[in-house]
Design a protein around this ligand. Structure first.
Ligand code: BG6
Length: 484
């Protein structure tokens, strides 16, 4: 199958950091269909040869063992092309049309790795140039808007030009092997299903912690913040994967229908819950891995008095028969004490204790998403077999390490998603109604913050966020992993 993959924003950060390495991996794994073209599009005046030379430098700092040889890169580079184009200039879309005519393709994937402000113009001009035929697919990167209204406007303009099955909205968390394993855990095994409910589960915690700060994205991040950058999309998609009902089959719409129901069931905010169940923080100066790091407000592109949150912790509930009353906690932040993403399912304690055990102990399933990919099941056993302690339970842990089991060189998130777009598989992409529902739910939080003069709570870089986050969960009698 032959394809043209057009990367708008072809010299930008996303292409540089994620898309080209992913495409190269797919090429190296032999999964990129032969005879395809990858066309970088940007405003710079570059020839194909200059673009290839630029892309080659991307691999300069890759480990020697993984760096492509001259010969291997030359083979990959023969798929790379470049087109200079200004997306706000209608005439340039006809030049794109001419470029597409140079090559016989079965499908054209247009990947918008550009500022979302350009999406609407892009769609209008693509239609005028007649480039929205049924073989075309469009990939939209987040953030898709900055609130419900702008998200709807983008979705409407895209849908005017492309049908829903041509639209691939990326949430790269869905492409992670660990997240696919989460679906496999729940819907490929019957073991946990009877336990996956309010009667047996006390609470669920979703943590996506980053050590990195905002890198070179100050201006973007300062107008975005952690709620829009991480919660509205990645964290809520994880919540859906954990909380959804089993879909009737593995087709895209069956899965999306169930995720949508979770988002629709999220308990609406009240003034009280907005005060008690949401914590926003912003990192100050601190220490990461022994090195001093500067405060968020000192980062390039960030205003001195910025109130943008770099940390969010919140408590929510899925109001349905399965989950009523079970708190789901979400927390995510930059410049935290470690890079790790995991979901902790905390079961209720045994109803009646016949063994001596520390108070309140209960089973726990930890689903590690990154950097580790695997499962940990925390159980209890009689460890010390001596007369004094034979009745005392000790914690033990079952570990399933997917990297060890399947190898750590598995298909990465962007590699998976790019291959799926080329093949036309929509399962791991987000439908517009899911996105809108997620915006609808986070909007009251954004509105409450707009009217709150207190601003985010400070936390030192290299910690687990403001103490108010621990206080929030402690009010329910629970604690975050590192505190228990
Ligand atoms: C992106 C956010 O969507 O996800 C970034 O814009 C964040 O701010 C990144 O760093 C995290 O992705 P990952 O795969 O490194 O956990």
């Amino acid at each position: 199958m032959s394809f043209d993959l057009i990367l708008f924003g072809g010299t930008g950060d996303l292409v540089w950091r994620k898309l080209l390495p992913a495409l190269f991996q797919a090429f190296r794994h032999g999964s990129l269909p032969a005879g395809g073209r990858i066309v970088g599009v940007a405003r710079d005046d570059l020839s194909d040869a200059q673009y290839r030379a630029l892309i080659k430098t991307r691999f300069d700092d890759v480990d020697l063992a993984k760096r492509p040889s001259e010969e291997e890169f030359a083979r990959f580079a023969s798929m790379l092309f470049y087109l200079r184009m200004d997306l706000s200039n209608p005439a340039d879309y006809f030049r794109l049309g001419a470029k597409l005519k140079e090559h016989a393709w079965d499908t054209v994937v247009m990947y918008l790795a550009t500022a979302p402000g350009l999406f609407t113009t892009f769609c209008e001009q693509i239609a005028i140039a007649g480039l929205n035929g049924p073989q075309m697919r469009v990939v939209l990167e987040k953030p898709l808007g900055h609130d419900l209204q702008s998200n709807r406007a983008i979705n409407e303009s895209v849908r005017r030009v492309f049908s829903e099955k041509q639209i691939f909205r990326i949430d790269h968390y869905l492409g992670k092997p660990s997240v696919q394993n989460l679906f496999a855990l729940r819907f490929g095994n019957a073991l946990f299903e009877p336990l996956w409910r309010r009667e047996t589960i006390a609470n669920i915690q979703i943590t996506i912690a980053e050590e990195l700060g905002i890198e070179k994205r100050g201006a973007f991040y300062d107008s975005t913040g952690a709620l829009r950058d991480m919660v509205q999309n990645h964290a809520l998609q994880l919540l859906c994967a954990i909380g959804m009902e089993p879909p009737i089959n593995a087709h895209a719409d069956a899965i999306r229908d169930e995720k949508l129901k979770v988002l629709r069931s999220l308990k609406a905010w009240t003034p009280e819950t907005l005060r008690q169940h949401v914590v926003r923080g912003q990192y100050g100066a601190g220490n990461i891995d022994g090195a001093a790091t500067q405060a968020y407000r000192r980062e390039t592109g960030v205003g001195d008095g910025s109130n943008t949150e770099t940390f969010v912790a919140l408590r929510c509930e899925i109001a349905n028969w399965r989950w009523a009353g079970v708190p789901f906690y979400i927390r995510t932040g930059k410049r935290l004490a470690g890079r790790s993403a995991y979901i902790e399912v905390n079961f209720r304690p045994a109803p009646h204790a016949i063994f001596k055990s520390p108070l309140g102990i209960a089973n726990r399933l930890v689903i590690h998403l990154q950097p580790k990919d695997g499962l940990e099941l925390h159980l209890f056993a009689q460890g010390q077999q001596n007369r004094l302690t034979s009745q005392t339970l000790a914690p033990v842990q079952l570990d399933l390490d997917f990297d060890k089991r399947f190898g750590s060189e598995r298909v990465g998130a962007y590699e998976r998603l790019l291959l799926d777009v080329i093949d036309g598989r929509l399962n791991l992409f987000v439908r517009s109604d899911e996105q809108e529902e997620a915006w609808r739910w986070v909007e009251p939080v954004m509105d409450a913050w707009k009217n709150d003069s207190e601003g985010p709570r400070p936390y030192a870089a290299g910690t687990w966020g403001p103490s108010a986050s621990s206080a929030m969960i402690a009010r329910d009698g629970y604690c975050w992993t590192e505190e228990c």
